[in-house]
Design a protein around this ligand. Structure first.
Ligand SMILES: Nc1ncnc2c1ncn2[C@@H]1O[C@H](COP(=O)(O)OP(=O)(O)OP(=O)(O)O)[C@@H](O)[C@H]1O
Length: 265
C-alpha cells in the first residue's frame, strides 16, 4: 500500500498560549491537488507553518512522504517539500537568477562544482514562469506580479515532489493567475507532484483542485470534492456572503456568484 504524500493526525498548534489549530486531520494522496480555503484568520497559513515545522505543533503528528515530520534534516526535507510562503519579503541586492538558484540549495554538494549542473533547471524554471530575459534584473525592482513569478520559479527549481503554495496568485493579474494555475496543473501531471495551495478565490480553487479543505476557527469544516463542498450554505455560514452556486458548462466545476455580504443573525 502506498502511503500518502502528506498527512496530519489530530494536529493542534498555535502561538504562545493562543491555540489556533484544533484537532486537524488531513491526508493528501500522491499526485493530488488539495486547496485550503477559509476566511481570513481561519488558520490556513498557520497550518502550513505547522506542516513544514516552522511552527511547533502542540499536539498530534505529521507524516511527510512516509516519515514523521522532523525525522529529516532541513536539507533533506527541502528535497521532498517546497514551501512558497504568503508574500515573502523582497530580497535586496539579488537578481532573478540568483534568487531562483537559491531553490537549488538542497541539491548542492559541499563543493560549488554543481552550480553548472543547476543552471539548466534554473533557466527552465525562469522560462516556465515567463521571466526569460529578466535573469539579471534585481528582484526588488520587479513589479509585484513579476516578483511573485520569480518566487514561483524558485519553488519550481527546488524540484521537490510536494508543494505547499500559500496564495501563489497574489499580485498577479487575472491572466497571469490562470497561467500560473495552469502551469501548476501541467507540472503536477508531468512530474507527479502533490500540490497543496491556499487560494482565496473560491472559483479558482474549485476549478483547479481535486479536493477542497475548508478551515474556519482552526478546525476542518468540510473536506471533499469541489461540487460537494461549495454550497450556498457554506458560503453564507463560513465566508459571510450570499451567493448562488452553479456548475460551469465547460469545466463541470462549481462556480459561485457572490451577491451581497450575509447579514448576521
Ligand atoms: N505570529 C503570530 N502570532 C500570534 N498570532 C498569530 C500569528 N500569526 C497568525 N496569528 C493568528 O492566528 C490566526 C490564524 O492566522 P493565519 O495567518 O493562519 O490565518 P489565515 O487563514 O492564513 O488568514 P488569511 O486568509 O488572512 O491569510 C489569526 O487569528 C492570527 O491573528
Amino acid at each position: 500500500m502506498t502511503h500518502p504524500a502528506l498527512s496530519a493526525h489530530h494536529l493542534s498548534a498555535g502561538y504562545r498560549s493562543e491555540p489556533v489549530l484544533r484537532d486537524i486531520s488531513l491526508s493528501v494522496a500522491r499526485g493530488e491537488w488539495l486547496a485550503l480555503i477559509g476566511p481570513n484568520g481561519s488558520g490556513k497559513s498557520t497550518l502550513f507553518a505547522a506542516l513544514t515545522g516552522s511552527l511547533a505543533a502542540t499536539g498530534g503528528h505529521i507524516m511527510i512522504d512516509g516519515k514523521p515530520r522532523g525525522a529529516r534534516t532541513a536539507r533533506e526535507q527541502a528535497k521532498v517539500l517546497a514551501l512558497l510562503p504568503q508574500s515573502p519579503p523582497p530580497p535586496a541586492g539579488i537578481t532573478v537568477s540568483e534568487l531562483v538558484m537559491q531553490g537549488r540549495h538542497p541539491h548542492r554538494g559541499a563543493l560549488r562544482f554543481s552550480e553548472a549542473a543547476d543552471r539548466a533547471p534554473v533557466a527552465e524554471a525562469i522560462a516556465l514562469v515567463g521571466l526569460a530575459g529578466y535573469e539579471d534584473r534585481y528582484v526588488e525592482r520587479l513589479s509585484g506580479g513579476e516578483r511573485q513569478r520569480a518566487w514561483m520559479a524558485m519553488t519550481i527549481a527546488q524540484a521537490a515532489p510536494i508543494w505547499l503554495l500559500d496564495e501563489p496568485t497574489t499580485f498577479l493579474d487575472l491572466g497571469h493567475q490562470f497561467e500560473l494555475l495552469e502551469l501548476i496543473h501541467t507540472l503536477r501531471e508531468q512530474r507527479g507532484l502533490t500540490v497543496i495551495t491556499v487560494l482565496h478565490d473560491i472559483n479558482q480553487a474549485a476549478r483547479f483542485a481535486d479536493r477542497l479543505l475548508v478551515l474556519n476557527h482552526g478546525t476542518v469544516i468540510a473536506d471533499g470534492a469541489p461540487s460537494d463542498v461549495i454550497t450556498t450554505e457554506l458560503l453564507r455560514d463560513h465566508f459571510g456572503v450570499e451567493a448562488s452556486v452553479s456548475i460551469d458548462d465547460v469545466t463541470s466545476r462549481p462556480v459561485c456568484a457572490p451577491r451581497a455580504a450575509a447579514r448576521s443573525q
